[in-house]
Ligand binder design. Sequence first.
Ligand code: 2AM
Length: 483
Amino acid sequence: MCINRSDIGLIGLAVMGQNLILNMNDHGFIVTAYNRTIEKVDEFLSKGAKGTNIVGAHSLKELVDSLKKPRRVMMLVKAGSAVDDFIAQLLPYLEQGDIIIDGGNSEYQDTQRRTKSLAEKGILFVGSGVSGGEEGARYGPSLMPGGNPKAWPHIKSIFQNIAAKTDGEPCCDWVGEDGAGHFVKMVHNGIEYGDMQLICEAYHLMKSALNMSPKEMSLAFDEWNKGDLDSFLIEITRNILQYQDKDGEYLVEKIRDAAGQKGTGKWTAISALDYGVPVTLIGESVFARCLSSLIDERLQASKVLQGPKETYKGDKKEFLKDIGQALYASKIVSYAQGFMLMREAAKIHRWNLNYGGIALMWRGGCIIRSAFLGKIKQAFESDPNLKNLLLDPFFKDAVHKCQTAWRKVVASSAMLGIPTPAFSTALAFYDSYRSERLPANLLQAQRDYFGAHTYELLTAPGKYIHTNWTGTGGDVSASTYKA
Ligand code: 2AM
């Protein structure tokens, strides 16, 4: 083991960690590998890392001693207490100006706390989103680093070298202070939930309204993948739909329809509620997974609760096109909502987020990678202060073009009794967002009627008043609740 020679140390030799190390090695960086279960270090050195410049450490001291200064230590370990434990164990060996990077799926509030407490000790902490799964980690992930900005010049070269590239540009840039990187990664995962749900609803309509076979559906997704919807998730859906099991049957139809989840979509929905941002499509996508997993209850209900007996009677080719347009318009709404959430969080936490840069980070390497993200990057580049993606000329026109089809799909699904929670909520959001007037005036009146919560008049915003609606209640208002 050579002293002060390695460019970076990496803790955590599960598949993501190992692949990221191999990726760094491919780009000419010398990496020291370490793992809690030490045997995995030797196993990695004798197998995956054989013949490379990767070195192993059998203790944290050995790991730290092997590094150039300022030292860079990256962790890819289970989120939660493992991260805090490693930080505590590393601290005695580190010096002021050294850098700790957490590349796990940590909650952004934990990253905020760690950045602050380590800054007080002179250690620069980075919480980085890493997306793209095993394949991405190995050959180019999307990386979303945030935390102590003083760390960025020291890690930029490694991060941008190993990241995926789109049109020659790395899918990695500095996201922002403290928890910004992990927050953006969380929203990425939420958007991934939304994209997947939208595709599943399209599949459901193709199957139940149009009676298409998996092969026919696969061809439709293949067609979509050549246009505006060109994306990794559409591409894998095409492949999944045409996959035949050993018996020649389509495998997808044999899979139990109860969705699992690891929680990042749920975190996005929780943040949306916490910050009061209507991220309805991701919320519906999380709930759709929850509902699917009530599989026994659904089975019983399917025998009791009736729906329409109708089948789709219109032009099937037209309807298939309409589904594609409904998917595209809903997707625009979903991303508009995701960016609304990031904008609000940035305001609260004083993060200076570069929205075009975020779109570029997601443009390649990660699960939601798509041509569409290139358009989002362009939108924020031409107007960095763009309030809402829906107001960008390109996306506004796209939604205008799709909206008749979108409405037909939502209306037809309702008439056919085929659930389309994400398509429907996206349309409801669109119609609410573009409404000059919503019925919240009545809602305010109700609140004032039963709880004296006060309301404002259109002619006097900011002035909260109470009406004695019944003549029997008091004239005293409750504490004012602002909208
Ligand atoms: P292990 O091989 O010793 O289990 C993914 O699970 C990675 O996180 C693995 O490298 C694993 O180490 C590590 N890990 C999980 N929980 C941990 C903990 N409580 N402390 C340290 N490392 C942990």
